[in-house]
Design a protein around this ligand. Structure first.
Ligand SMILES: [Zn+2]
Length: 348
């Protein structure tokens, strides 16, 4: 398929985005608005130009800068609205945002008011009018320790019951080099046992087999990245077998992994390994703002790198609905929407 045709196809393809961190998804346009509000001039230091890469630690530095710009409820609501609009413009019909409820002493923002601000944006008339369904996962940031992890899960439990199905689960994320899995295990266990869905960043860096093994015991509903699950190139490790047996879907973020240098090149991305075994996989952006990408671009890169046909891209997108954390009736509606688009874009 020619480049421009492929680009159009990926843009028109209805898509599910299952791994998007709210703050990392903020576009340059929105960051400029935030800086103007704070009377900060100068160049945006958070997004990485196309083709540039940074170390994993530098990626987490960028998040620190973004957090400084979103320290009050009004900013959080504004960025949430902008991020959802941008995903919608990119043809995303179902979006699961994830974010760490943050408290900021000097602005008075609490973890609860943070979540409220995100929910207010999702429920606002402007966003409700868009053709996109949004769900929220509350993230446990590894650097915040055991107590905050448990507090986050308690908040998620409460909103699971009171947010009209908007808060659906919990995510474990943050710098994989920080914290010990034993700190988060009890909180994640409580989450798992009380009906919250679990998506865990696992095996993002090498040498974490013990942690991965332990966290897999929780039977997470989805895995973020899973880059180093396969210990050897032919993938005979126990971890691979475990994930394969349980058919745990993988959220794969090609550009994020290449830019953070946990995967050397697109061609070496572990997508191929899992896809060739028909393992459930979905493409995601991770942090579309920080990594200067879109979900359509990620589909395009996957197609070019791995020689995927439009039908294969369609199937990956359609099958991703199965892994969404939304209720069954929502998924049925999404399948209907996809099928409405099918004959329009898969004509050839
Ligand atoms: Zn992530």
């Amino acid at each position: 398929m020619e480049t421009h045709t492929l680009r159009d196809f990926c843009q028109q393809l209805p898509k599910t985005e299952l791994h998007a961190h709210l703050n990392g998804s903020i576009s340059d346009h929105t960051l400029t608005k935030l800086m103007r509000r704070r009377h900060l001039g100068g160049q945006n230091m958070t997004s990485f130009e196309k083709g540039r890469s940074r170390t994993l630690d530098e990626c987490f530095q960028a998040f620190k800068i973004i957090h400084k710009l979103t320290e009050d409820e009004e900013s959080v609501k504004m960025v949430t609205g902008d991020v959802i609009k941008e995903f919608s413009q990119d043809g995303v019909k179902y979006l699961e945002l994830r974010s760490t409820p943050r408290e900021e002493e000097h602005t008075g923002m609490t973890r609860r008011s943070y979540v409220e601000a995100v929910l207010n944006a999702i429920r606002s008339p402007e966003i409700s009018a868009l053709d996109i369904t949004v769900r929220l996962l509350l993230s446990i940031d590894r650097k915040n320790g055991a107590m905050v992890a448990m507090e986050t899960v308690k908040l998620a439990q409460e909103y699971l019951l009171t947010s009209d199905d908007c808060v659906v689960g919990v995510d474990l994320s943050g710098n994989p080099k920080v914290g010990h899995w034993r700190d988060f295990y009890p909180a994640l266990q409580v989450a798992r046992n009380t009906g919250l869905k679990l998506s865990l960043h696992l095996a993002e860096i090498p040498g974490q087999d013990e942690e991965t093994q332990a966290l897999l015991e929780l039977r997470p509903h989805r895995i973020g990245h899973g880059t180093f699950l396969k210990a050897s190139r032919n993938g005979t490790s126990e971890l691979v077998e475990h994930v394969r047996k349980l058919k745990i879907p993988l959220e794969l973020c090609l550009t994020s992994n290449v830019k953070c240098q946990t995967v050397k090149t697109y061609h070496e991305h572990h997508f191929k390994f899992w896809f060739d075994q028909s393992h459930p996989c979905t493409f995601c952006t991770d942090d579309k703002g920080v990594f200067s990408t879109t979900l359509s671009e990620e589909y395009g890169i996957a197609a070019t790198t791995f020689g995927l046909s439009p039908k294969q891209l369609w199937d990956i997108s359609y099958n991703s609905i199965d892994f969404a954390f939304a209720q069954h009736d929502v998924k049925d509606k999404l399948r209907f929407t996809w099928n409405e688009h099918k004959h329009l874009i898969l004509r050839k």
